[in-house]
Write a protein that binds this ligand. Structure first.
Ligand SMILES: [Zn+2]
Ligand SMILES: [Zn+2]
Length: 255
């Protein structure tokens, strides 16, 4: 299983990266399967450097903040109007309750059915597990001002964890436990961002990974353009015993 960082800028697209989107691929039954974890602001553009977007097998949306879902609007256009027609009729998509209504309103289409007709929508809830080709995915409710999920993606005997947006919470332990690679929200800076219940800091991401146990690699992501990534990494490094990695746009990592 590989993960490609389509976008890792926190909260809004930055000068060097779109907002959140991660392309996860694995071989299965003679072809490459691909799922997307989030499709935030600007990500649909960068995604085209790596894959034809309408050929992705499914899109998973962690929560309905624009830096995680808004480029579904562009994907709708591509799915519906690509010359020659899409390779398939509908795009399977998972998201929190209300994803369909939210998407139709965001696109501004008076006919919600028109927008929703290209997506086969499935509702996430805490602790559900579902399969997409080689991937076994578990969604875990995390701590954020809106309904938000982290994803545990298992394939080829390996485990990738994406926390989505979250502050420290007990759910991070079952989410992260034993993961080969954790992509952890690190939008906040310890000592500067004191409001609780929104984001992890590098330090809190590392503490959660240590507490969960068995995590092999910790990679910080969702760092906004106004932060110094090295400061976030240094804060995590005070806690994490191994090398703290920073997600790099367009990089592909073997999980
Ligand atoms: Zn976010
Ligand atoms: Zn958010």
């Amino acid at each position: 299983m590989d993960v490609t960082i389509v976008g890792c800028s926190g909260s809004f697209a930055g000068p060097e990266s779109p907002a959140s989107s991660y392309l996860v691929r694995a071989e299965h039954e003679g072809r490459t399967w691909a799922i997307l974890l989030d499709l935030g602001s600007g990500a649909l553009g960068a995604l085209q450097r790596h894959v034809r977007p309408d050929q992705v097998d499914a899109v998973l949306i962690s929560h309905l903040h624009v830096d995680h879902f808004i480029d579904l609007c562009g994907l709708y256009v591509m799915m519906k109007y690509v010359p020659g027609g899409p390779m398939r009729e509908v795009m399977p998509a998972w998201g929190p309750a209300g994803t369909g209504d939210h998407l139709a309103r965001a696109y501004g289409n008076v006919d919600a059915e028109d927008v929703l007709g290209v997506f086969e929508l499935h509702e996430l809830s805490d602790g559900i597990t579902f399969r997409i080709g080689p991937f076994t995915i578990t969604s875990v409710r995390v701590r954020h001002p809106v309904e938000a999920y982290g994803f545990r993606v298992e394939a080829d005997g390996r485990t990738l964890v994406y926390t989505g947006d979250t502050d420290a919470c007990d759910a991070l332990t079952p989410l992260m436990a034993g993961a080969d690679l954790v992509l952890a929200d690190s939008a906040f800076v310890e000592g500067r961002d004191v409001v609780a219940g929104i984001h992890l800091t590098g330090r809190r991401a590392a503490e959660a990974a240590v507490r969960a146990g068995g995590v092999r690699r910790l990679m910080l992501t969702h760092i906004p353009a106004w932060n110094d990534p090295d400061e976030c990494r240094a804060q995590a490094q005070e806690v994490w015993p191994g090398e703290v990695e920073l997600a790099r746009p367009d990089a592909t990592y073997r999980v």
